[in-house]
Design a binder for this molecule. Structure first.
Ligand code: PEP
Ligand code: MN
Length: 326
């Protein structure tokens, strides 16, 4: 198998690019991921979907990603995608290859599920985000996904990072459950150094001493911290962070208030029957209601597409005209 060569110019010495990269990254070990690498300008990750180009970035409207933890069958994923589109989401998420703690738990429908995601894309025009766990599956996943997810458990799978960095599809890099911010940015650096500039960071909760009432602890402080350290867009996943559907809406609006660029929320048509992560999944109806709250705070933050209207459960809501905070 071909070895992927990482461009080491940033760490050597003696030429112009080396000096500028070292200057750009300051004393940080991450260079291309550093905010100063783009002279303070946030990057824009532009993803083309059948419904048009969607931009992830600090100066763009919030991007909404939603869907079930696992893609369970074709009609389930298509019907859910239709409801999510009506609610206002731009991307459908759903796992075809699932990282599970137990080898006896549902592992995902693999290639079949990728085809069902493609059918949901075709039916709704939503972009597709799905996880790759193994370098051997990358070509197949990249053929169907608009954004490739690298999950928390693979954040430091360096062979996988190099591989996703050497292909063209944008990458959603979830924070490892015990990863420091620096380790996370170094993982992003692997992808950038391999040649792929389109990386989105996703905070999904970290492990702390207390798991009694929540699955993880949502580290919302990463938003201002990452803003100062990196130009990369920031997504927040309140579903894996809390592990409980009842806490997801509160943390979703908090993430928007803190300045997130995108949200990823698990939604399942029948959470009680979900094959994975049912307890943290919202129903499509609850997601539609949450979208109204997100529109209100998103409008206040100047991060909602304006003017914006959407219908939920038979109601049509138009967001009040609010001026952005400057
Ligand atoms: C997921 O998105 O379903 C998932 C497995 O996420 P994480 O890697 O953050 O646990
Ligand atoms: Mn999940």
């Amino acid at each position: 198998m071909k070895n992927i060569i990482i461009d080491k110019k940033s760490v050597g010495s003696g030429n112009c690019e080396t000096r500028s990269l070292n200057g750009a990254g300051g004393n940080q070990p991450f260079k291309r991921a550093s905010r100063s690498f783009r002279h303070g300008e946030p990057s824009e990750v532009v993803v083309s979907t059948p419904n048009g180009s969607i931009v992830f970035g600090q100066n763009s409207p919030l991007v909404q990603v939603a869907g079930p933890c696992s893609v369970e069958n074709e009609s389930m994923i298509i019907e859910t995608a239709q409801q999510l589109k009506t609610a206002g989401a731009q991307f459908l998420r759903g796992g075809a290859y699932k990282p599970r703690t137990s080898p006896y738990s549902f592992q995902g429908h693999g290639e079949l599920a990728l085809d069902w995601l493609a059918a949901a894309r075709e039916a709704t025009g939503l972009g597709i985000i799905t996880e790759v766990m193994d370098t051997a599956d990358l070509d197949q996943v990249a053929a169907k996904a608009d954004i490739i997810q690298v999950g928390a458990r693979n954040m430091q799978n360096f062979a996988l990072l190099k591989k996703v960095g050497s292909q063209a599809k944008p990458v959603l890099l979830k924070r490892g459950m015990s990863a420091t911010i620096e380790e996370w940015l170094m993982a992003a650096e692997y992808i950038l150094a391999a040649g792929n500039p389109n990386v989105i960071l996703c905070e999904r909760g970290i492990r702390t001493f207390d798991r009694k009432y929540t699955r993880n602890t949502l580290d919302l402080s990463v938003i201002p911290v990452l803003r100062s350290l990196t130009h990369l867009p920031i997504m927040i996943d309140p579903s894996h962070a809390t592990g409980k559907a009842e806490y997801v809406p509160t943390m979703a609006v908090a993430a928007i208030a803190a300045g997130a660029d995108a949200l990823m929320i698990e939604v399942h048509p029948n959470p009680a029957k979900a094959l994975s992560d049912g307890s943290q999944s919202l129903t499509p109806e609850r997601y539609g209601q949450l979208m109204q709250d997100m529109a209100a705070i998103g409008g206040t933050m100047g991060r909602w597409p304006q003017p914006y209207s959407f219908s939920t459960m038979g109601r049509t809501t138009r967001q009040p005209e609010l001026s952005p905070i400057v």
